[in-house]
Design a protein around this ligand. Structure first.
Ligand SMILES: [Zn+2]
Length: 234
């Protein structure tokens, strides 16, 4: 517990024990994933699951700090980095593309899901899985200089409630600067802690938006859309 002394001074032994007993699934081991994963490892989240089917490419290295070897599986690279940093953590690596056929066996073992995917298509698929399974999903996304975070639960609006008309096949703009990504990822990791410890004011029914150029953070009230597909899942 010495390792977690600075956590414990703030959240107590009971809080740290909750973190050590928690199981968090990180979907995507890229830019957002790099910062989320290292934060979860430092906090002492007892079990971290990693989902990604990509390999490391040289163009990832401006922001995906946990990776260094081109061509290595991202989940393996991330797992090795976590264990190098904090060997006390259990890490499960899933080198898969999450889909409707494989999510059930993976998701059921986790308390919380963190969205670190980098495409609308994957993010909305994950949204639908969270809605169907009733799991809490911490959503974060970054596009150019702009980012957003919200916490999705059965009682709160889902991504399709918020963005009913989005074309999920559309690609994100490719340009991205690491500090904007790390900022959003750090907020996602903090939201995960708040969920596990049941403290503070979580970003539920709120979309936090961030403009890296102006430093504007806005908390937008969001409501469920009764015409949303998520209602059909309920
Ligand atoms: Zn919805």
């Amino acid at each position: 517990m010495q390792r977690y002394n600075r956590n414990i001074l703030l959240i107590g032994d009971a809080g740290q024990t909750k973190l050590l007993n928690s199981r968090v699934l990180v979907c995507g081991c890229g830019g957002l994933g790099s910062t989320v994963i290292m934060n979860l490892a430092g906090l002492g989240i007892g079990t971290i699951g990693l989902v990604d089917d990509d390999v490391v490419e040289i163009t990832n290295l401006n922001r995906q700090f946990i990776h260094k070897n081109i061509g290595e599986d991202k989940v393996i690279s991330a797992k090795n980095r976590i264990l190098e940093y904090n060997p006390e953590i259990n890490v499960n690596a899933y080198k898969i593309r999450l889909d409707d056929n494989n999510y059930e066996t993976i998701i059921k073992d986790y308390d919380l899901i963190v969205d670190c995917f980098d495409s609308y298509e994957s993010k909305f698929l994950l949204n639908d899985i969270a809605v169907k399974t009733g799991k809490t999903l911490i959503h974060g996304g970054v596009s150019e200089f702009f980012g957003q975070v919200t916490v999705i639960k059965p009682s709160t609006p889902c991504l399709r409630c918020i963005f009913p008309d989005i074309d999920t096949k559309k690609d994100f703009p490719k340009g991205i600067l690491s500090p904007a990504v790390s900022t959003i990822a750090s907020i996602e990791a903090m939201e995960a802690v708040k969920q596990i410890l049941n403290i503070g004011e979580p970003l539920e029914n709120i979309l936090l938006t961030y403009n890296a150029l102006t430093n504007d953070f806005k908390k937008l009230k969001i409501t469920k859309n009764t015409a949303c597909k998520c209602y059909n899942h309920a």
